[in-house]
Write a protein that binds this ligand. Structure first.
Ligand code: DON
Length: 564
């Protein structure tokens, strides 16, 4: 045949274009069997090693959780809490809630000074600490859904803590940036700041006290942390330093399983986080408000698309801050917040061109119905089809700043996620109400939102993020970039994001949005500011399509997607 070479060329090109994912501006990491996307590369590799050795995604999730507690002290933890969302290959789903709880001695006004002003005690030091949940959460996940032994999954973390690991550039910089906080507490200063001399790039960080704590946990199970020597060290240090957590608080702490929230968006099934996360209600409510606006016809990055995003964000945050709280204490009006008639009324209140001032938007439910910065995320998919999304945290970077003497781990400042004074803004500027006020045993409302999206009944997206109140809006934007704008997972993550949270009435934007677009948004009435910090959350995600696992790591910070 005369033009055989051309036909061959054509058929090769066609075969390639059919069987391989299309090229995009930024390629994700492709893998066939298993993938872990995390915010610290050594911990991501720990997860991949567990998958390669036959562990499932839950096993890897537990090992990565413990590894990050060593290699990513900024947010990885055993002294904090979080959420794990699981979807097993057989279709079962569950949400493991290991959020911290307010200790028994906590009171409604514990962070107010005599004049009624909010102090810094909810953020810094021993009194800021909620009863940690991570160790019980990881134990529950492993016992019910994992396959490997507890001690095997703790082993990599123990090794990293005792032998040490090289300090990366970003870790080195992070210690410098947080020196003011960490140097207030002798053990934090000694361990993380080398007693004020600072670790240099590539220097080895060893954490022998933490290694011993993890070893005791490997021998004795989670019980060690809540009832054993570790519990006794923690409780006695609390007493010595006017903290509130007692042995009884620790002994009573339980992680719980909850039913994930589910909803649909344009044929995709969204499986997401229920309260005490506010994020799942937010994702479902905002998507429902957007559905039917045809906002996507204006294309990604257009002023009209950002306008609609900002307006649904504003409306959701008004509701969030008023109604949502710990489901064991308040009646979260989830059905009412997602009810089609209510959604339609909220959608209809959006002006197609102009911003609605936040003062004109109130929490929207009828009164009768209503009665009633740091974190880390990792996503994992294994060869069998199980997927796991974990977001866990100490709240602010390095939490309360306190490292427990003799036990070597940092404690959270999750108490700041409560409304210390209903109506006054917290660390993330959230102005919240009584539904999220402080009470003993209560879990503070969270924005963390590990989420899984199914397409044709199979896992399609696995994602989540740190970033305080901006988590929910960032996760939603990445989902929309994939579903509505056809981006691959890396482009979806890399695209500039916006954030609005009702109060303050301000649209935060990342760099990379065109000046023309900004001018149009200003004309529509938005008060626009460059986001501070400059990044709007950091989304770590997996997209599964055509037999490929695509890992998207958010280059707004360190970490990696590692697969095989
Ligand atoms: O649970 C929450 O909503 C917050 N404690 C999350 C904190 C956070 O993401 C900080 N990271 N930037």
């Amino acid at each position: 045949m005369k033009n055989a070479p051309f036909v061959r060329f054509l058929s090769i090109t066609l075969t390639l274009s059919i069987s391989l994912p299309a090229a995009y501006a930024h390629d994700p990491v492709y893998a066939r069997k298993g993938i872990v996307v995390a915010q610290e590369p050594v911990a991501a590799d720990v997860g991949v090693a567990v998958l390669k050795s036959g562990g499932n995604a839950v096993d890897a999730g537990v090992a990565v959780g413990f590894a990050l507690a060593v290699t990513h002290p900024f947010a990885g933890n055993i002294g904090g809490g979080g959420f794990m969302l699981i979807r097993l290959a057989d279709g079962r789903t569950t949400f493991i809630d290991f959020r911290e709880k307010a200790p028994h001695q906590a009171t409604h006004d514990m962070y107010l000074d005599p004049s009624g002003n909010v102090t810094h005690d909810s953020l810094i030091g021993w009194r800021a600490v909620g009863v940690p949940g991570t160790v019980r959460g990881l134990e529950l996940a492993l016992k019910k859904y994992g396959t490997k032994s507890w001690s095997e999954l703790l082993a990599p973390a123990i090794h990293l803590a005792s032998s040490g690991f090289p300090i990366s550039y970003s870790q080195m910089r992070s210690f410098h940036n947080t020196a003011d906080l960490l140097s207030q507490f002798p053990d934090s200063k000694r361990i993380f700041l080398k007693d004020g001399a600072f670790y240099d790039w590539n220097e080895t960080l060893q954490q022998p006290e933490l290694a011993r704590t993890l070893e005791r946990m490997a021998r004795n199970g989670a019980k060690e942390f809540y009832e054993g020597e570790t519990a006794r060290i923690l409780a006695s240090q609390m007493e010595k330093n006017a903290g509130l957590i007692t042995l009884e608080d620790l002994r009573e702490y339980q992680a719980v399983e909850r039913k994930p929230l589910e909803g649909d968006y344009k044929g995709y099934r969204i499986i997401t986080s229920p309260p005490p996360s506010s994020g799942g209600v937010g994702i479902l409510q905002m998507l429902a408000m957007l559905d039917g606006t045809s906002y996507e016809k204006s294309k990604a990055g257009s002023a009209t698309a950002y306008h609609y995003l900002a307006e649904v964000m504003r409306r959701f945050y008004a509701d969030r801050n008023e109604y949502l709280g710990d489901p064991d204490f308040v009646k979260d009006p989830i059905t009412a917040l997602l009810e089609p008639g209510y959604i339609k009324a909220r959608r209809d209140s959006i002006d197609p061109v102009l911003a609605t001032p936040s003062e004109q938007i109130n929490p929207g439910l009828p009164a009768a119905v209503a009665e009633g910065s740091d974190t880390t995320h990792y996503s994992i998919a294994d060869e069998q089809g199980n997927v796991v999304a974990v977001t866990y945290t100490l709240n602010a970077g390095y939490g309360s700043g306190v490292t427990v003497p003799g036990a070597g781990f940092l404690l959270n400042d999750e108490m700041d996620d409560f409304a210390a004074k209903p109506g006054a803004p917290n660390l993330f500027g959230l102005v919240q109400g009584e539904a999220n006020s402080i009470a003993p045993g209560r879990r503070p409302l969270s924005s963390m939102v590990p989420t899984i999206v199914l397409k044709d009944g199979k896992p399609f997206l696995v994602l989540g993020a740190p970033g305080g109140s901006r988590i929910i809006t960032a996760v939603m934007q990445v989902m929309l970039n994939v579903i509505d704008f056809g981006m691959n997972i890396q482009d979806a993550i890399d695209s500039p994001r916006v954030h609005h949270q009702w109060k303050p009435d301000r649209l935060d934007i990342e760099r990379g949005i065109s000046p023309d677009t900004i001018a149009l948004l200003k004309k529509a009435g938005y008060n626009i500011e460059e986001a501070k910090p400059a990044v709007i959350a950091r989304v770590e995600a997996i997209l599964i399509s055509d037999g490929w696992l695509q890992g998207g790591h958010d280059d707004r910070g360190s970490g990696k997607a590692a697969g095989y």
